[in-house]
Design a protein around this ligand. Structure first.
Ligand code: ATP
Ligand code: MEV
Ligand code: MG
Length: 316
């Protein structure tokens, strides 16, 4: 019985979320928190995901239909990833995640990357991590309608990544101070928040100036990272958070966390990812972790992952 496993790191956005969707640069890192997608040979196709509380959902490979509309929406990233492959073979597909879904940690990207990586290997393809990244980026965009390459590239490639302005390229950065992060549950998905931001953009000319300012923050953060100027980096995190607040993508709990962090003298904190609740990143210190926990954030394993997605074949 052939089984293929893909282990995918999750990600933290350090600078530039939302602005990257409109061509500005951004910086993200892959982390030690992960998602595992297992594809096992079978006579029918069945999907399970414990973190989505979805078990044994049958998929018809001819028309890719699943049992109910609600489940089909929750599984849309998985279904669209499988749909990339013209030739399909029945398999049991299991998704295990160490964090809750939709918390700003790139779970949508990780589930796509995991399915593309594991299912391609299962079908006999040998994709590189960059090929997996590019395919997954298109799948995410197709499902969400809006979005950048940041999360799919970061979870596929691993490392600390700089996404330059107005291009599809990516550059690896070498240094980063230690990071603490955590998340609270949120009600909106990133796709919904992206649509809200687009409406704000269409209704106000200030929006484009805010995006450009975020772009400047990202460039300065890159310089600060190159020099390991941690003080400047921390200040830029606060500025980035303030700009995201003015776009309307933060939440009271995130704003209170970040403003308290500043008041008690922590060197840097901001929201991370799509926003509306979800994740926050801080420069690591015992005080930062205590603050996150005291505000109900679940701490996330935030060590750097350098490998990106890895694939293991198990034949039994
Ligand atoms: N364990 C999982 N199994 C299957 N699908 C999942 C899983 N985790 C997340 N997803 C899919 O991804 C969606 C969440 O994506 P969303 O972009 O809102 O969150 P995120 O990727 O964690 O946040 P961000 O994009 O801000 O980093 C879920 O609604 C679900 O469709
Ligand atoms: C909000 C956003 O910038 C990051 C979500 O993790 C969306 C994207 O880049 O696709
Ligand atoms: Mg997402």
């Amino acid at each position: 019985m052939r089984t293929v496993e893909a282990l995918v790191p999750l990600k933290l956005t350090l600078f530039g979320e939302h602005a990257i969707v409109y061509g500005e640069p951004a910086i993200a890192m892959a982390i030690s928190e992960s998602m595992k997608v297992t594809v096992k040979e079978s006579d029918r196709t069945i999907i399970s995901s414990s973190s989505l509380h979805i078990g044994n959902i049958r998929v018809n490979l001819q028309d890719m239909r699943v049992e109910s509309d609600q489940i089909s929406k929750a599984l849309s990233f998985v279904i669209e990833a499988l749909n990339y492959f013209e030739e399909k073979r029945p398999a049991l597909i299991n998704i295990e995640s160490s964090v809750d879904p939709s918390v700003g940690l790139g779970t949508s990207a990780a589930v796509i990357v995991g399915v593309i990586a594991a299912y391609s290997k299962f079908l006999g393809y040998d994709f590189t991590n960059l090929e997996i990244a590019k395919i997954s980026r298109n799948v995410e965009k197709k499902v969400q309608g809006l979005g950048s390459r940041m999360d799919t590239f970061t979870t596929s490639l691993g490392g600390i990544l700089y996404f330059p302005r107005g291009s599809e390229n990516v550059e690896r950065l070498s240094s980063l101070p230690e990071i603490a992060s955590g998340y609270v549950k949120r009600t909106a998905t990133t796709a919904e928040i992206l649509r809200r931001v687009k409406t704000v953009k269409e209704n106000g000319r200030e929006f484009n100036e805010i995006l450009k300012l975020i772009g400047l923050v990202v460039e300065d953060a890159r310089d600060a990272l190159d020099k390991m100027d941690v003080e400047t980096l921390g200040q830029l995190m606060y500025i980035n958070h303030g700009l995201l607040m003015s776009l309307g993508v933060t939440s009271p709990i995130l704003d209170e966390l970040v403003s308290t962090a500043r008041n008690i003298g922590l060197p840097g904190c901001k929201m991370s990812g799509g926003g509306g609740g979800g994740s926050a990143v801080c420069l690591k210190s015992p005080k930062a972790e205590l603050l996150l926990e005291s505000r109900g954030f679940k701490l996330v394993k935030s060590e750097l992952n350098r490998t990106g997605v890895t694939i293991k074949e198990i034949n039994s």
